[in-house]
Ligand binder design. Structure first.
Ligand code: ADP
Ligand code: MG
Length: 282
């Protein structure tokens, strides 16, 4: 066994067509991807590029027709591994309203643990701990519908944190949130990764979120076209543009200035770096 928590070995997955005579083109094609424990990987790609399918392959919601997926060494095509895989990899989805089931915040966070048949005292402990981790402990007795989008999403995250999964796959968790909610969720995700060591796979179409990951994987039409640190990936402005993606705003600005003959590096990602370069120039 290796130290990869997730490993996709040349994985191809096609959805079944409603019309039996037709076969759908694969949503994920021959993808090889490994994620190590503790990694924070962002996955970028325009609509329909296969990101959500990749997410589903990571915790056996989808099983490949070709190739294999391993979660902590467990083959996802073996049904006997299903429970252990779901205990290892949790998922957070786009719409918080679809993920919250109970009428009180703390009951919602307890839901998954109750399903596992855990003792009430232990559930209490885990729920309180998880709510503190996401900064929602003070609001534990509130009704979810009275919360903001960002707060609801943090409750959904607490539900997964309470399960103590080693890895969490976030599928565009901020797509429906306002800027403040997006920031709250992003800060929570970073905290889970940096402070608790939870492996994070973070699907997004926001460049400013992707730059905060340690590694960025870019998908197009079911394949991985770029994989590297944010700096390595966002240097490829042309390639990203060709598949309908942007680079972060400051990277773009630096590229435009370079075109005008100003000596700018092509891998600037944030304000601090930008300011430092300008200071050197004047
Ligand atoms: P993304 O999350 O990047 O938008 P998806 O993984 O959802 O991409 O979709 C990849 C491809 O698979 C798309 O062409 C999409 O239309 C198709 N697809 C997704 N879900 C289904 C489904 N349940 N049935 C049939 N085709 C699907
Ligand atoms: Mg999707």
């Amino acid at each position: 066994m290796d130290d990869n928590i997730i490993k996709l070995e040349y994985v191809t997955f096609s959805y079944e067509s409603d019309d039996e005579k037709k076969t759908l083109p694969p949503a994920v094609k021959d993808v090889y991807l490994t994620v190590k424990e503790g990694d924070f990987v962002a996955v970028l790609g325009h609509n329909g590029s296969g990101k959500s399918t990749l997410a589903k392959l990571c915790n056996a919601i989808a099983v490949p027709q070709k190739g294999k997926v391993f979660v902590n060494g467990m083959d996802t095509s073996d049904e006997n591994n299903d429970i252990d895989i779901k205990k290892t990899v949790g998922m957070v989805f786009q719409n918080p309203d679809n993920q919250l089931v109970a009428t009180i915040v703390e009951d919602d966070v307890a839901f998954g643990l109750e399903n596992l048949g855990m003792k009430p005292e232990l559930i209490r402990e885990r729920v309180d701990e998880a709510l503190k981790m996401v900064g929602m402990y003070e609001l534990r007795e509130r009704q979810p519908h009275t919360l903001s989008g960002g707060q609801k999403q943090r409750v959904a995250i607490a539900g997964i944190v309470a399960m103590q999964t080693k890895c969490i796959v976030f599928d565009e968790p901020t797509a429906m949130l306002d800027p403040r909610g997006r920031q709250e969720v992003m800060n929570t995700v970073k905290y889970l990764n940096k402070e608790l060591g939870i492996t994070v796979i973070y699907i997004t179409h926001f460049m400013d979120e992707a730059v905060q990951a340690d590694r960025v994987v870019v998908m197009d039409d079911g394949v991985i076209i770029l994989d590297g640190t944010p700096k390595e990936v966002f240097k490829n402005a042309k390639k990203l543009k060709d598949v309908g993606l942007d680079v972060p705003q400051l990277t773009q600005l630096a590229h435009e200035l370079k075109k005008e003959g100003i000596d700018m590096p092509d891998d600037i990602l944030d304000v601090d770096e930008f300011v430092n370069v300008i200071k050197e120039l004047i």
